[in-house]
Design a protein around this ligand. Structure first.
Ligand SMILES: NC(=O)C1=CN([C@@H]2O[C@H](COP(=O)(O)OP(=O)(O)OC[C@H]3O[C@@H](n4cnc5c(N)ncnc54)[C@H](OP(=O)(O)O)[C@@H]3O)[C@@H](O)[C@H]2O)C=CC1
Ligand SMILES: O=C(O)[C@@H]1CCC=N1
Length: 269
């Protein structure tokens, strides 16, 4: 793949750009970005990553191999209208937009190679957990190129398109749940008398250590949990409180709400 153009220059576009440029999957000279109106933002991305902004020159879109759509779902109709006339016949489109189906893109952009993915913002440091589905027009070669891109920013699972709603709820939104957990643990620890800075460091290391244990030992989470839990001890007391508050139901409701919202975003188009 030679040239990539990001349409949309927000949080998610930057996370992917940072990941692929820092990992050298593609030279920054071959990465381009455009947005709707925020010129300062394009300058910021240019100077931060050495990539190139595309402003008025819509014909440039014809010259790229891959267009990454990274706008909000509500803007998708307008974006498709804006870029459709300029897409080359074989240009592949990779969406990172939550909820919007491949079928919607085929209708708005014509039958062409389309990949629909769901990365997360940890792409910034090469730690995204992404899901992806392709339409049948994406060649094996292009699939491999796109998978290489997503592998460079973390891990990627190829899934049935419909499962992307669940992936969005799980790993697309997932970092926010973990950050919320950190906020809650920190507030509670400070209320118990710990220094906020110490508490933050202890929490981050605890989450990092637990995630690393899961990854490195390959052990079941329930086994690792039991290893921590002494009979009649502190962990058992803490876990009992989580059970009393229906922790698993809370998490299940959280994922179902997010999945439903992803479906709604798609069906309102
Ligand atoms: N943030 C996250 O954690 C994740 C987000 N996503 C998905 O990524 C997408 C983008 O999210 P996020 O980066 O947070 O959003 P932001 O609001 O940060 O960025 C949206 C970008 O889209 C641009 N834009 C809007 N309309 C147009 C248009 N007509 N033509 C060109 N550019 C346009 C905006 O430009 P301007 O500023 O000039 O208006 C802006 O640069 C969403 O669809 C979301 O579902 C997926 C995974 C994770
Ligand atoms: O909140 C959202 O809709 C987007 C999709 C996944 C993460 N952020």
């Amino acid at each position: 793949m030679e040239k990539i153009l990001f349409v949309g220059a927000g949080q998610m576009a930057e996370a992917i750009i940072a990941g692929i440029v820092n990992k050298r999957v593609i030279y920054e000279d071959n990465v381009y970005v455009m947005n709707r109106s925020d010129a300062e933002r394009l300058d910021e991305l240019e100077s931060r990553y050495g990539i190139t902004k595309v402003c008025e020159d819509r014909d440039f879109i014809k010259k790229v191999d891959l267009v990454v759509l990274a706008t909000k779902p509500k803007d998708v109709e307008k974006v498709m209208e804006d870029i459709a006339p300029y897409l080359g016949e074989d240009t592949t489109v990779l969406s990172v937009i939550a909820g919007i189906s491949i079928n919607t893109f085929e209708k708005g952009l014509g039958k062409r190679p389309i990949a629909r993915s769901m990365p997360n913002t940890s792409a910034t440091i090469g730690k995204s957990a992404s899901g992806i589905a392709f339409n049948e027009a994406v060649s094996d070669r292009m699939q491999q190129s796109i998978l290489s891109l997503l592998n460079a920013i973390g891990i990627v699972k190829v899934v049935e398109e419909d499962d992307l709603h669940a992936v969005t709820a799980l790993s697309g939104s997932g970092p926010a749940y973990i950050y919320y957990l950190v906020e809650a643990m920190e507030e509670a620890a400070v209320a118990q008398g710990l220094d906020a800075v110490d508490a933050r460091e202890l929490i981050v290391q605890t989450i990092y250590g637990a995630a690393s244990m899961l990854k490195k030992t390959g052990e079941e989470p329930s086994v690792l949990r039991e290893n921590v839990t002494s009979p009649g001890g502190t962990t058992a007391a803490g876990l009992r409180s989580l059970e009393d508050h229906n922790f698993k139901t809370i998490i299940s409701d959280c994922l179902i709400s997010a999945e439903n919202r992803s479906r709604q975003l798609g069906s309102s188009k």
